[in-house]
Design a protein around this ligand. Structure first.
Ligand code: ADP
Ligand code: ZN
Ligand code: MG
Length: 501
């Protein structure tokens, strides 16, 4: 039996509740430039190892870096979208450390003069303390540019059979590092922050933010303090969080571990830990004492970066409508709920699809409902993205209109949708071919009912004197007049209404 350590103790809720977690995230994103940040090599993902390399990104002596303007521009886009101040002057610095994935022996990064500082973003936070649907502003300390390192690949598990390979294709890929303020108080808020950040980076087109391919990487800093305390507790940095779910799990684990240590009278040490998904726990990687001294100094091979007001406003001018603004506009313009808006703006493609459906004549709320149920389910089940939807926006609008106008029932509409999704045929085509417009319109039923009533005054009199049995006669006559294609329930409702006059 393994010895029980504080890490494995499950603490009672009242003990957990005494403490407040404090979380700050450091996020690295690869910028979507075609070429690397200081040379002309391609940044394409998945090319054969060590094919996109040159003397500059291999760090050979005598080579000089040349800054990629596109990388600066993309970092500016991200900065402005995150409400940061983009500084007139920033500067690159050398961050010195020795590791095989860094052939120069230093990383070119930014240090005391970063590209941008003092931004923020709004996140949706559910649950306490804010309450459902509430928003919270999370500060962004800084956004700076740097180069990515190469990728280490390990093979074999035993010490003797273990081999390491290095792929320098990644070395020199432009990165933006985005550091948050320690403003988050729950793992859910950290998750919401990363979600909102990811969405902004996607909307602005600066990164494909693909966690599996490593174009978005996140380190979490976490500490706890007694509720009401002013000072922050000792923080621990958790690395190796390669999914949103791992981030949340690692934070939950780490918060409990901190509280257990403090409750047992212990002290936390400032350290870096790794999330081990297989074991569902964090493990210590290095303590602060062993932390690198990076010996930063200004990069002598690059000029300081100067950004003119003209360039800044030009970049600002080309920013797209951002997720939050889009959500607010959707709620106001299309009478959908904030939840609908959140789902529909999860990507620009989905939002664009929705607006096309509405432009093609479908009512907003109905379009939102059909998209969130049938369309998103269909896409998910078939593993398709919205851009590859077999149903075009106008085609979905046609179906929505058929249902909304009562020409087909909602239930039939769902069947028609399934056929449309499979075959690419139009709703009208399917309805006609399969005789699904069985429902005669309410107006046509009413017309037939009025005629039947006018022709049978004797039976009307009988019904009015209390002969309920004669009602069946009227139903039968109307069904006959509509060739059996009317919805019986509608026939009933309309007859009752007219006979009560
Ligand atoms: P370091 O010098 O160790 O890199 P920084 O002050 O640069 O620390 O902060 C790094 C990250 O850690 C930031 O995202 C910041 O918000 C977060 N952070 C700082 N102090 C704490 C703390 N006490 N608890 C949790 N997160 C923290
Ligand atoms: Zn190169
Ligand atoms: Mg730091």
């Amino acid at each position: 039996m393994p010895k029980s350590t504080p890490e494995e103790t499950s603490l009672p809720p009242d003990v957990l509740a005494k403490y407040e977690p404090v979380i700050g995230l450091e996020v690295h994103v690869q910028l979507l430039t075609r070429t690397k940040i200081f040379c002309g090599c391609s940044t394409r993902f998945g090319d054969p190892p060590n094919t996109n390399v040159c003397p500059v990104c291999l760090g050979l002596p005598g080579t000089l870096p040349v800054l990629n303007k596109r990388a600066v521009e993309m970092a500016m886009r991200a900065s402005l979208a995150l409400n940061c101040t983009v500084h007139d002057h920033s500067r690159f610095a050398r961050k010195n450390y020795f590791y095989p994935d860094l052939p120069k022996g230093y990383q070119i990064s930014q240090y005391e003069l970063p590209l941008a500082t003092a931004g923020h973003l709004e996140v949706e936070v559910a649950g306490p303390p804010a309450g459902a649907g509430a928003k919270k502003r999370i500060g962004i300390t800084r956004l700076h540019l740097e180069e990515d390192a190469a990728k280490n690949l390990h093979e074999g598990f035993s010490q003797s059979a273990r081999k390491a390979y290095i792929d320098y294709n990644r070395c020199g890929t432009p990165l933006a590092e985005i550091v948050s303020e320690p403003d988050m108080r729950t793992p859910e808020e950290a998750y919401a922050y990363l979600t909102a950040l990811r969405q902004i980076l996607l909307y602005t087109g600066v990164s494909d933010v693909n966690m599996e391919e490593g174009s978005l990487r996140c380190d979490a800093n976490v500490s706890v303090r007694l509720r009401g305390a002013k000072e922050f507790g000792t923080k621990v940095e958790v690395k190796n969080l390669n999914s949103f779910r791992f981030l949340q799990k690692a934070l939950e684990f780490e918060i409990e571990r901190h509280i257990a240590v403090l409750e047992s009278g212990g002290r936390l040490s400032q350290e870096t830990r790794l999330w081990n998904q297989a074991e569902g726990r964090t493990v210590s990687m290095r303590s602060k004492e062993k932390a690198h001294d990076y010996r930063y100094f200004p990069e002598p091979d690059l000029l300081p970066v100067h950004i003119s007001e003209a360039w800044r406003s030009e970049v600002r001018r080309t920013l797209p409508e951002l997720p939050e603004a889009k959500r607010a506009r959707f709620v106001a313009a299309y009478a959908i709920t904030p939840y609908d808006a959140e789902v529909l703006t999860s990507s620009q493609a989905l939002a664009g699809y929705f607006e096309s459906v509405v432009k093609a004549g479908a009512p907003g709320k109905a379009a939102a409902n059909w998209m969130q149920t049938e369309l998103l389910r269909g896409l998910k089940d078939s593993g398709k993205e919205i851009d590859a939807s077999p149903i075009a926006p106008a085609a979905l609008a046609e179906l929505v209109k058929l249902v909304e106008s009562g020409q087909i029932t909602g239930a039939i509409g769902k069947k028609v949708f399934a056929t449309m999704f499979e075959s690419g045929r139009t709703a009208a085509d399917i309805v006609a071919a399969e005789g699904l417009a069985a429902q005669v319109s309410d107006a046509a039923i009413e017309q037939a009912a009025r005629e039947v009533i006018a022709k049978n005054p004797d039976n009307v009199a009988k019904f009015k004197s209390g002969n309920e049995g004669v009602f069946k006669f009227f139903v039968g006559q109307v069904m006959k007049a509509t060739r059996g294609q009317a919805n019986p329930q509608s026939v009933n409702d309309i007859l009752r209404k007219l006979l009560a006059l």
